[in-house]
Design a protein around this ligand. Structure first.
Ligand code: KIV
Length: 271
């Protein structure tokens, strides 16, 4: 019996047990009630209410504009749809970087107003004080290293990070610092697979990869990418499981035709 199947509710302890048992962790993003309900019922381990909502829900080109209240709205909707999985809520840009007191206040607001189970924030050494403070208030924190989209204007591109020795060494150190600070897991985004393997093996907490190869303890994908709602984004790491764009396009075109031809509603579809 897998660790996942044995438990009624996924907690941060479940994830530790899964790592220890070598059972991979599945994580997907969601931003609303209806999709969260489907993903939870399907047996997903973690739903991330990602600040990628800024892109896929609001149409911004980066994750920077989304506000704390907007993240809270998405997280509240997700939490109403789930029964079993762990919900992680992204701390948005501008609500934790300035100091650890502000970070704690934002994390507390998220926990109080959403009913989510944990928060995620980007960064290594520079985020450690905030991680310690949030964790000591009893709030589980997930870290995020590698390509951290809130720093896109510092990086300049969405290319693979930590290919060079210095950046790889910093990432390894940052991962250990986050673990020591009390993080319960770390997302590794778009880094070389060999580096992700090394980091995953050096930690006792789980790593969740996106574009970081198959040796992370779990994987995460943005729902709009893996379901093919968003068809323009085609990085090498993305496996598209559906082409929802095509399916929705076909359905809506058929509906338009039916309305125009007076084929909808028919007699059995009226009162
Ligand atoms: O916001 C998000 O969707 C994320 C994932 C890419 C990990 O942080």
């Amino acid at each position: 019996m897998s660790v996942n199947k044995e438990i009624k509710k996924v907690t941060t302890n479940t994830l530790q047990k899964m790592k220890a048992a070598g059972e991979k962790i599945s994580m997907i993003t969601a931003y609303d009630f209806s999709f969260a309900k489907i993903f939870d019922a399907a047996g997903i381990d973690i739903i991330l209410v990602g600040d990628s909502a800024s892109n896929v829900m609001a149409g911004h080109t980066t994750t920077l504009p989304i506000t704390l209240d907007q993240m809270i709205y998405h997280a509240q909707s997700v939490v109403r749809g789930i029964d079993r999985c762990l919900v992680v809520v992204d701390m948005p840009f501008g609500y934790y970087q300035s100091n650890s007191d502000i970070a704690l206040a934002s994390a507390i607001k998220i926990m109080k107003e959403t009913g989510g189970h944990s928060v995620k924030l980007e960064g290594g050494e520079e985020a450690v004080d905030s991680v310690k403070k949030i964790v000591s208030a009893g709030i589980p924190v997930m870290g995020h290293l590698g390509l951290t989209p809130q720093s896109i204007y510092k990086f300049g591109t969405y290319n693979v990070r930590a290919k060079e020795i210095d950046e790889a060494a910093k990432l390894k150190k940052d991962a250990l610092l986050l673990q020591e600070a009390g993080a319960f897991a770390i997302v590794l985004e778009k880094i070389p697979a060999v580096l992700a393997k090394e980091v995953s093996e050096s930690l006792h907490i789980p790593t969740i990869g996106i574009g970081a190869g198959g040796n992370c303890d779990g994987q995460v994908l943005v729902m709009h990418d893996m379901l093919g709602i968003n068809t323009e984004f085609k990085p090498r790491f993305l496996r598209q499981y559906l082409n929802m764009y095509e399916q929705i396009d076909g359905a809506v075109k058929q509906y338009i035709k039916d309305v125009k031809r007076r084929n909808f509603p028919n007699e059995s579809e009226q009162y």
